[in-house]
Ligand binder design. Structure first.
Ligand code: NDP
Ligand code: MG
Length: 338
């Protein structure tokens, strides 16, 4: 069993005593910085010159410094720039400003686990990984709730790193929902596997395959869109609230029987074997090496794959249909594409 931690298990005062730098003001960065500030912490935001988020951070009342200045000023440094840029930022701006006893924090274990960043032994290394997008980390905090978090300690010369990680999790609202202690290895490997096999990769292919099957059989794309993409959200909400049984309880008996008797023909032994292979590539570092190399070449494969997704017929019909349902996005998408 894992240990779960809630608000009463964490003490904010250990973090209150320290100067904090949040590097980056994107999805996670703005959420951690704003929530910690609202929790009474003493922090600055480190951004590279010309970062388009500078204006937003200053508008939010943040003390914005360059990344080097922020690292020199602070004792706890949370790196919230994209994973593929962390190594360069670390080598050029963080490492030269690290002092013995400082704490380096991450929201995902990739760079530590795959040895892209190797901090000195006298620096504490911890992780606080919210299990949700940054905008939810902020919104739930404002509503008085939070997003569950994983915490982990990789190096602990001070003997206080776990308390500090728990305090951080409390400061961003994570202990309201529940915090699980794990390791950098387990967080990294399960996170990568989950996004590849189930959350991003698996679900997107399932949606596309369902849509293609219906449209190739001559059904209107609008119908196929609602059936295979739009409705999935309603089903996932049921999983989220009460697991697989809650979904089965809520759908019709026909849907329940059809789903239970047919689903295993979609996810076959071959699919499971492929999942095991994907997990192996995560565990043995093959995926990490491929992704690092892809970045060193300027993301050519990423660009090709992105444009393939954008060109898929489900994307075209989706834009049209969502235009008519602008309560979904508050009209954001219509404004974006206008
Ligand atoms: P974002 O892409 O939202 O971060 C953008 C921020 O990083 C901006 O301030 C951006 O500035 C800055 N940045 C980008 N490139 C560089 C660079 N080369 N040098 C300096 N600053 C740079 O990142 P996320 O919030 O998505 O991810 C941050 C961390 O959080 C990652 O480790 C990720 O794995 C983890 N995480 C993310 C989750 C999510 O929901 N997104 C969920 C859980 C963990 P500029 O505008 O100048 O590019
Ligand atoms: Mg994840």
């Amino acid at each position: 069993m894992v240990n779960m931690y809630y608000d009463n298990d964490a003490d904010l005062s250990v973090l209150k005593d320290r100067k904090i730098a949040v590097l980056g003001y994107g999805s996670q960065g703005h959420a951690h910085a704003l929530n910690l500030r609202d929790s009474g912490m003493n922090l600055c935001v480190g951004l590279r010159p010309g970062d388009p988020f500078t204006e937003q951070a200053e508008g939010d009342g943040m003390d914005v410094k360059t990344i080097s200045e922020a690292c020199a000023w602070s004792e706890v440094i949370m790196i919230l720039v994209p994973d593929q840029h962390q190594r360069t930022v670390y080598e050029n701006e963080i490492a030269p400003n690290l002092q013995s006893g400082d704490t380096l924090a991450f929201a995902h274990g990739f760079n530590i686990h795959y040895d892209q960043i190797v901090p000195p032994e006298d620096v504490n290394v911890m992780m606080i990984a919210p299990k949700g997008p940054g905008h939810l980390v902020r919104r739930t905090f404002q509503n008085g709730t939070g997003v569950p978090c994983l915490i982990a300690v990789y190096q602990d010369p001070s003997g206080q790193t776990r308390d500090l990680a728990l305090a951080w999790a409390k400061g961003i609202g994570g202990t309201r929902a529940g915090v699980i202690e794990t390791t950098f290895k387990d967080e990294t490997e399960t996170d990568l596997f989950g996004e590849q096999a189930v959350l991003c990769g698996g679900s997107a292919e399932l949606i596309k395959a369902g849509f293609e099957t219906l449209t190739e059989a001559g059904y209107p794309p609008e119908l196929a869109y609602f059936e295979c993409l739009h409705e999935l959200k309603l089903i996932v909400d049921l999983y989220y609230e009460g697991g697989l049984s809650r979904m089965n309880y809520s759908v019709s008996d026909t849907a329940e029987y059809g789903g239970m008797s047919r689903g295993s023909r979609i996810i076959t032994d071959q699919t499971r074997a492929e999942m095991k292979k994907i997990l192996k590539e995560v565990q043995n570092g093959d995926f990490a090496r491929e992704w690092i190399e892809e970045n060193s070449k300027g993301q050519p494969v990423m660009e090709k794959l992105r444009s393939e997704v954008k060109a898929h017929p489900i994307e075209k019909v989706g834009v049209e249909l969502r235009r008519m349902m602008d309560w979904l996005t508050g009209g954001a998408e219509a404004k974006q594409s206008a």
